[in-house]
Design a protein around this ligand. Sequence first.
Ligand SMILES: Nc1ncnc2c1ncn2[C@@H]1O[C@H](COP(=O)(O)OP(=O)(O)OP(=O)(O)O)[C@@H](O)[C@H]1O
Length: 335
Amino acid sequence: MLLSVRDLEVGYKVGRRIIHAVDGASFDVPRGAIVGLVGESGCGKTTVARALTRVIADNALITGGQMVFDGRDIAALPEREMNRLRWRDIAFIPQSAMNSLDPVYTVEYQLNEVLRRRGGLSARQARMRSEELFEMVGIEPGRLRDFPHQFSGGMRQRVAIALALALNPKLIIADEPVTALDVIVQRQILDQLRELQSQLGISVILVTHDISVVAYVCDRVVVMYAGRVAEAGPMAATITRPAHPYTIGLRNAFPDLQGAADGMLVPIEGAPPSLVEPPPGCRFAPRCPFALERCRLEVPETHVLADGHSAACHRSGEADMLRAEGSKTQTWLSA
Ligand SMILES: Nc1ncnc2c1ncn2[C@@H]1O[C@H](COP(=O)(O)OP(=O)(O)OP(=O)(O)O)[C@@H](O)[C@H]1O
């Protein structure tokens, strides 16, 4: 396993309150796999992604858990060692990657910053590597001297991928890499990411709210809800045989996916709970059509359903019924 996250807790201090943005999240990233971290806005995906690089907001605090990357716990590494890990071992493509390229400098200058300052390459080596990287992501090397605004959105995303690949990391974390792009360009970028990932044997964590992106490109999926992992497993098994009502509901919100409710778009009514004072039991219980009294009171354990597939639901033993009922529109309308 390249990365094992266990019981991760990250909070944000706002005044005298703590927002428990990630509250006991556990998941694994195998070597050479693309893992989708999926869930609706505010569930803590970006917080997890940033905790993994330890580039977190000033008011954020990692308060518990482990993130064992290649045998070392990121949470416990001194900042100096962590800094050595960034770009070289773990590269992060932030959510606003397309706009985060500095408009004042050419793309080559920005690649040089990573290659020379971080990687210690000579000017000549950096030039050669930049050309190689551009070829890898399908951009004509002659365009290295262009400024970010001279590239289209999709091309800028490719540049961001080239930048992430610069020092041959073992893991790339990409936060919503295709969200702002139209569907055709999305597919091209995802195809490219997949191709590079398999060529180079790296692992990718792809953060997205869009489960159809996960279905298109990921090997595994981790479904987050309100700061916790609801369900995790191999992509095909989790999408076709989800066992957590939230995953079933999420699938219904993307009607193109196989198994979605009557082929119609059915949103999950309501909103996620407060992360300042989350409900005591299952966090999805207030919106769950299958919730029992117990669900409102007791935090569900994570149940292993099959090899590498698990769900944190008191009723995961009744998964066949949950799937059958959960794929009916009516179930969600009357919740
Ligand atoms: N710097 C911050 N200070 C206070 N609260 C924050 C901060 N950053 C994030 N949060 C809160 O933490 C929770 C998790 O946010 P996070 O950005 O990780 O979610 P997300 O699933 O990535 O959502 P999105 O897709 O909208 O970015 C949210 O309730 C959010 O409002």
